[in-house]
Design a protein around this ligand. Sequence first.
Ligand SMILES: C[S@@+](CC[C@H](N)C(=O)[O-])C[C@H]1O[C@@H](n2cnc3c(N)ncnc32)[C@H](O)[C@@H]1O
Length: 250
Amino acid sequence: MKQDASASDRFRFFPQLNDLQEDQKRWLGSDSRLFESAALTYFAGESLQNRLVREIAAARLLSIKEVLESFEFFARVRKQARAACVADLCCGHGLIGVLYAMFEKRVERVILADRVQPPSRLKLIEIATLVAPWIEPKIENVQAQLSPSDGMVPAGAAIVSAHACGVLSDLCIQIAIESGGPLAILPCCYPKSACQAPQSLVAELGLKMAFDVDRTYRLEAAGYLVRWTSIPSTITPMNRVICARRRKTV
Ligand SMILES: C[S@@+](CC[C@H](N)C(=O)[O-])C[C@H]1O[C@@H](n2cnc3c(N)ncnc32)[C@H](O)[C@@H]1O
């Protein structure tokens, strides 16, 4: 079912943000660190998500943009891209994987994989564990240069990745096709040289749309059913989410 633009532009985890004025909303896509005072104002209340955001702010760990991007991406894909094992690839700070460990009871194992391990990830795991102690045994930190067929992702694992820049999104697609599990990506940075879409589509649809159409056909050809959705454009203009599940065979 096609979602209307206004529905996908609404905040799901934090509905209070939907009521902000346009000039206040500009802050939601900002790269500035999230401070405690702002967190106390906008993320009051005792829900798990509000408590986690306040802890992130107290530690001055991430920008408001990174926080909202991860939460809203997770809100849109958590049911479709879910398996007992979830791999957050090119995870950076790893917040998306942490959210799976925290909010999805049926997720038993979360792999956070990236070629580098920023200090923010260990700190994030530490403070998230204070808010939700049950996440600790689920999380596995892996420092690795990912490549197709490296066997790092177990068969059937759900693969998620936000801002796997350029061809890293294609790497995630390739790994998902090989491991057979569901996939959800939020692509960003579309290098023209790596776009495999026909020139006529690039000319007519623009590079980003043509790139993602080509990715969609690649997934469908590999037996996946693909769905597009988006996170609020106030967080980032690169807000398309591609979600894919293997079709059931009869
Ligand atoms: C733009 S960051 C995205 C981080 C995070 N997912 C987010 O939403 O903020 C891209 C990440 O990909 C990682 N990366 C790049 N090439 C990689 C590779 N071949 N294998 C694993 N990680 C890689 C980088 O270290 C970086 O953390």
